[in-house]
Design a binder for this molecule. Sequence first.
Ligand SMILES: *[C@@H]1O[C@H](CO)[C@@H](O)[C@H](O)[C@H]1NC(C)=O
Ligand SMILES: *[C@@H]1O[C@H](CO)[C@@H](O)[C@H](O)[C@H]1NC(C)=O
Length: 193
Amino acid sequence: MRARAALASAAAVLLLLVDGCGCAMYKVGDLDAWGVPPPSKPDVYKRWAKSVHLALGDSIWFLYPPSQDSVLQVTPQAFAACEVSDPVLKLDDGNSVFNLTTPGRFYYTSGAPGHCRKGQKLWVDVPMANGTYLPPSANDLAALAPAAAEAPTGFLSASAPAGAHPSAALRPVAAAGSVVAAAALSFAASLLL
Ligand SMILES: *[C@@H]1O[C@H](CO)[C@@H](O)[C@H](O)[C@H]1NC(C)=O
Ligand SMILES: *[C@@H]1O[C@H](CO)[C@@H](O)[C@H](O)[C@H]1NC(C)=O
């Protein structure tokens, strides 16, 4: 039953499947592509970040038209200022996967002119392997004064072990593998349902 529920959830949010590491790959924005938030959903990325419970080793996947957009990983300061000229990392192939291999808070924005200021930006918190979140750094606090108040639950306090995460049953299970494999597996999941 639980596996079935997890598959249903995976199908619903376009998410992917298991391999040995138990890592998940989450599609940013779920059914929405990576783009400027529409007026009807100005906070789509903030909501999305709240809706997922990332674990160390997971990946986040940005899908967008490569001729129109890109994804930059940026510093907290650059995120706050929408300064896109000197990113930590830039991916622009339209199908970009960032691997969350270090605990902490990570910042992403569009590299297309003006998109960051229109709200096409996202930050995520990645906990340590045991599920505990690192405290935000001074830079995090400075850059995100209003958002920093929203520390994730479990922040610096005992939190459930990863396997017992309240959302464990809902976690889209995914290999941080190829998107083609993921699509095939989603299809396989749909046959099971
Ligand atoms: C993420 O991991 C995958 C699989 O190991 C790798 O192919 C990809 O290049 C990595 N992405 C980045 C941005 O390092
Ligand atoms: C998780 O690991 C960190 C760093 O090793 C430690 O400080 C923290 O107390 C641990 N939390 C739990 C719930 O075990």
